[in-house]
Design a protein around this ligand. Structure first.
Ligand SMILES: NC(=O)c1ccc[n+]([C@@H]2O[C@H](COP(=O)([O-])OP(=O)(O)OC[C@H]3O[C@@H](n4cnc5c(N)ncnc54)[C@H](O)[C@@H]3O)[C@@H](O)[C@H]2O)c1
Length: 378
């Protein structure tokens, strides 16, 4: 039994070409028709096999209200973010005569919501999509903000479109089946929102770290804390993307920890979870800021203690500098040859560090290095 069952859902408004709502709570199926809007007759629910039962429940609910509902079961995780899988979804839409006034529902983790958003963005040059994220990472990050995409053989997220959802439903009950490490990885992005914009997030995580990292045996009130954390993190992302729809500048702060984090993901050939790589990346960025005379020792220590408290890694092997540096230089967010990092001047006050001295980078790497692989592969 968890708390929050009967609480009214929280709503966060996100500014976009057309503003939309992120609804956070429990038992939210009844909210779906409102987010789908009046014109929709046909709905395609895109989901992975692990969420087949939830997809059927959504289908039955929508059918009872007169919608024509179709299901597209797609491969799990990154395997679903391919041109072939998108083409399969287009085929289903075509065969079911989906028009501009119909809609897609993306039900799953960030990989599925990225795919569903991309399919909706491209079908008839754009139809409505309502995202129903079922991982913590997708709730606080992937499903909000309108970036959609698929992978190619050459790399992740290389093909995509900006396409804001018509709405987002974050139903906490879906997180009950999420494996522990996926919850912990999602907490990495939550903690990131705390560091860049909302210190209250850090206090809540610090006070409830052990319970958040083990939701299966957590006391009921932990779910209320998790709900507040999701709401606060969504507000941080909504505030940033609302002011910067197409990633012109401000949105960059959401990449805190990501330059080094992406490099770890590449060097590890995506065997590390994103949130774990970003965790080490945030400590790297904090050390960089400290070495550049911008962030206090105390704030750097808080990075390590908060991330470690939920079980996220804060170090990486010390014998990979050349590969990491090469990966950072290849990062698509790098402009020209200049390496750019989001750094903090204090907690809640992000800034930029452009083209840092290579010696500074190497020194920050030394601070996050450990001698031998620990086997931590979150
Ligand atoms: N568009 C954006 O702005 C944005 C931002 C961040 C990340 N992303 C993308 O998000 C993806 C990562 O998202 P993710 O961490 O959610 O991974 P994911 O979608 O791969 O989900 C992880 C695994 O958990 C399964 N799963 C999902 N919900 C579950 C549940 N409730 N119970 C049990 N299993 C469940 C999934 O099927 C998958 O196997 C990446 O592809 C990344 O590129 C996009």
């Amino acid at each position: 039994m968890t708390t929050g069952e009967h609480e009214a859902p929280s709503i966060v408004e996100v500014q976009a070409e057309r503003a939309y709502q992120v609804v956070i709570g429990r038992g939210l199926l009844g909210e779906l028709p409102r987010l789908l809007g009046d014109t929709v007759q046909r709905v395609l629910i895109i989901h992975p096999a692990v969420l087949a039962a939830s997809a059927s429940a959504v289908r039955e609910d929508l059918r009872s209200q007169g919608y024509q509902v179709f299901l597209a079961e797609v491969p799990e995780a990154e395997a679903g973010k391919s041109a072939e899988v998108a083409a399969f979804c287009w085929q289903v839409l075509g065969q079911a005569d989906f028009t501009r006034s119909d809609a897609v529902v993306g039900l799953g983790g960030g990989a599925t919501t990225d795919l569903a958003g991309f399919v909706a963005a491209t079908w008839l040059r754009g139809i409505r999509v309502v995202q129903v994220p079922t991982t913590l990472l997708a709730m606080v990050d992937a499903a909000v903000g309108g970036k959609t995409g698929i992978n190619t053989a050459e790399g992740k997220n290389l093909v995509g479109a900006f396409h804001s959802p018509a709405g987002v439903l974050c139903d906490l009950s879906t997180l009950e089946t999420l494996p522990r490490f996926d919850v912990v990885a999602g907490l990495g992005e939550v903690i990131k929102c705390g560091f860049i914009a909302d210190p209250r997030i850090l206090e809540l995580v610090e006070a409830n770290a052990a319970a958040l990292a083990d939701l299966g045996s957590a006391p009921p009130q932990t779910w209320s804390v998790l709900r507040e954390l999701i709401e606060r993190s969504v507000r941080v992302k909504a505030g940033v993307v609302g002011a910067d729809l197409r990633e012109a500048g401000l949105r960059e702060i959401l990449n805190y920890g990501h330059t080094f984090g992406h490099a770890i993901e590449q060097v590890e050939r995506y065997t590390w979870r994103h949130g774990a790589a970003v965790s080490v990346g945030m400590v790297f960025a904090a050390e960089l800021a400290r070495l550049a005379g911008r962030l206090s020792d105390e704030d750097v220590a808080r990075h390590r203690s908060t991330l470690r408290a939920v079980g996220l890694p804060t170090t990486y092997r010390g014998d990979r500098w050349e590969q990491l540096l090469a990966a950072m230089r290849r990062d698509k967010k790098t402009r020209g040859d200049l390496l750019r990092f989001v750094v903090l001047d204090e907690i809640g006050r992000p800034g930029r560090l452009e083209g840092p001295d290579p010696a500074l980078l190497a020194a920050a790497y030394a601070e996050v290095s450990h001698e031998a692989p620990t086997g931590v592969e979150l």
